[in-house]
Design a protein around this ligand. Structure first.
Ligand code: E4P
Length: 219
């Protein structure tokens, strides 16, 4: 399973990358706005830190403009994946961009039918938002499972990127299903590696080691 960080914050990206397990980055207009910096500057900086797909989202909602924006974003760096929202105009833009060989991540996926249409039009990646579905009492991971089954039935190459992850169980259950990518906030990445018994065990090992050393030095 590939691990992406869902952030445009350079400090968080450096922190995640230093662990050696970050394969890519997803951003969205909310995450970019939070940084208060120019999108292209942020994108270039991210590409210098992480050598993997970096999703940058268009903000136009009319297909011709989405296509132009997508082309422009894709020229920033070879690792840029253009993020297009799953709306009617987005589907048209996806068709054109994917024909041109531009990798597209179709975002804001909330149903399996949307994911099917995105795959048919050549999406490289689809992003089902599990947390936002859970928030309205629908099971986000059921959606991931349905999409994986459909893609397997028809041999689609489109990768399923589990988005809107809120906690480690989202990642583990998505991995159990065989989802290709999980994008998560740095907090969830850190939660995945922590276990209280690891800390307790290590403290005990080190204390035993020190005690033995003291005993040996007084003999
Ligand atoms: C995915 O690419 C989105 O940026 C993201 O996962 C949305 O997550 P949220 O629901 O926590 O905003």
């Amino acid at each position: 399973m590939k691990f992406f960080l869902d952030t445009a914050n350079i400090d968080e990206i450096r922190e995640g990358a230093s662990l050696g397990i970050v394969d890519g980055i997803t951003t969205n207009p909310s995450l970019i706005s939070k940084e208060g910096r120019d999108l292209e500057d942020i994108a270039r900086e991210i590409c210098d830190i992480v050598n993997g797909p970096i999703s940058l989202e268009v903000v136009s909602t009319v297909s011709e403009e989405m296509i132009e924006e997508g082309r422009r974003l894709s020229k920033i760096h070879k690792n840029v994946v253009v993020k297009i929202p799953m709306i009617r105009e987005g589907l048209k833009a996806l068709h054109v961009l994917s024909q041109e060989g531009i990798r597209v991540n179709v975002t804001l996926i909330f149903s399996a039918s949307q994911a099917l249409l995105a795959a048919k039009n050549g999406a490289a990646i689809v992003s089902p938002f599990v947390g936002r579905l859970d928030d309205i009492s629908l099971n986000g991971l059921d959606l991931v499972s349905d999409i994986l089954t459909i893609y397997e039935n028809y041999d689609y190459d489109t990768e399923v990127l589990v988005a809107s992850i809120r906690h480690p169980l989202h990642v583990l259950e998505a991995a159990t299903m065989g989802a290709h990518i999980a994008t998560m906030p740095i907090k969830v990445l850190n939660q995945l590696l922590k276990h209280p018994l690891t800390n307790i065990g290590l403290q005990q090992f080190l204390a035993d080691w020190e005690n033995q050393k003291k005993l040996e030095s007084t003999e």
